[in-house]
Design a protein around this ligand. Structure first.
Ligand SMILES: [Zn+2]
Length: 306
């Protein structure tokens, strides 16, 4: 079944990169509406931007969408992950600035309010994208792949210079509310040595120790330390899950990411959709619905929300 929210939800906060105050409202939407952003502050040109892989225009440190009139929405990945992780297929996202608020750096504040408001079932059936042949995208930084699998599964590997992060890997069955239990509370992170360079490039202007985990060698500079010993790899999985949500429907298959960022995951989707023999789009049966990331989510299993 397709779903939407039972009521509107308002979020206010600061944009991680822009440093601007922003208000974002999630509004219930009818069946077959999909996930659509609307820039309330845009008076000239089309203010609507579809949350889909082919609207991705930039992938430097976050995922940015742009429509044909140049209307953009950036840092969408944590919100997209929250929507996909809660199984929401239709929503209108109104926003009064270009960047989605970073909140605590994770997807948990979005998930918490979505689950508190609750979901509404719509009468049309939902669709899934079933991977039928492996697809891989690789560049000099890393690689990512999608392969046939009977449920949504993710596997990820990272390798960072700061030894408090270092090498981490994780495999996760994304069924049974795993996103809410295992991934959504993990926060974005960066190395202290990169902060100055990012700021010189007009990025991370809204970043601070409460909305990002800042690390320096063996130390975690943000108060309270890590939420999980492997919070970094969990967050990279959260990012990838949000970027994969731009496919337009849940993906039934296994995603593997090896030092894969936003750019590689988006390139993987572009490659997938250029190869019609690699996937099928199907109406979702009850059996498949039960293994999707949005099934079996439970607000009581959400922990570590700031
Ligand atoms: Zn992130």
């Amino acid at each position: 079944m397709q779903t939407t929210l039972d009521n509107s939800i308002i979020f206010s906060g600061i944009g991680l990169h822009s440093g601007r105050d922003v208000t974002l409202t999630l509004k219930p939407a009818p069946e077959n509406h999909g996930i659509l952003f609307k820039r309330k502050d845009i008076k000239i040109g089309n203010p609507l931007v579809r949350a889909r892989w082919d609207y991705v225009s930039e992938t430097t440190l976050c995922t940015k969408l742009k429509n044909e009139d140049g209307t953009a929405i950036s840092t969408i990945e944590h919100l997209m992950a929250a929507l996909a992780g809660c199984g929401i297929t239709n929503v209108l996202i109104e926003i009064d600035s270009e960047e989605v608020p970073i909140l605590d750096g994770s997807a948990a504040p979005f998930v918490k309010q979505i689950l508190e408001v609750g979901l509404k079932k719509l009468s049309s059936s939902s669709r899934i994208i079933r991977i039928t042949r492996p697809v891989i995208f690789e560049n000099k930084s890393g690689w990512a792949s999608l392969s046939p699998y009977d449920r949504p599964e993710m596997e990820y590997f990272i390798d960072f210079d700061d030894c408090v992060i270092g090498k981490q890997s994780k495999t996760l069955n994304m069924s049974n509310g795993s996103f809410v239990k295992e991934l959504c509370s993990s926060r974005t992170f960066c190395s202290n040595k990169d902060v100055e360079t990012m700021r010189e490039n007009g990025l991370a202007l809204g970043g601070n120790f409460t909305n990002a985990v800042v690390v320096d060698g063996e130390k975690v500079l943000s108060p309270g330390g890590m939420r999980y010993q492997d919070e970094a790899v969990r967050h990279k999985m959260l990012d990838a899950f949000g970027d994969l949500a731009l496919a337009g429907a849940p993906i039934l298959g296994k995603y593997e990411g090896h030092k894969a960022g936003h750019s590689i995951t988006n390139s993987l989707l572009r490659k997938l959709f250029s190869r019609p023999d690699s996937y099928t789009v199907e109406n979702c049966s009850e059996e498949v619905f039960d293994v999707l990331p949005g099934s079996g989510v439970d607000l009581a299993e959400l922990t570590a929300v700031a």
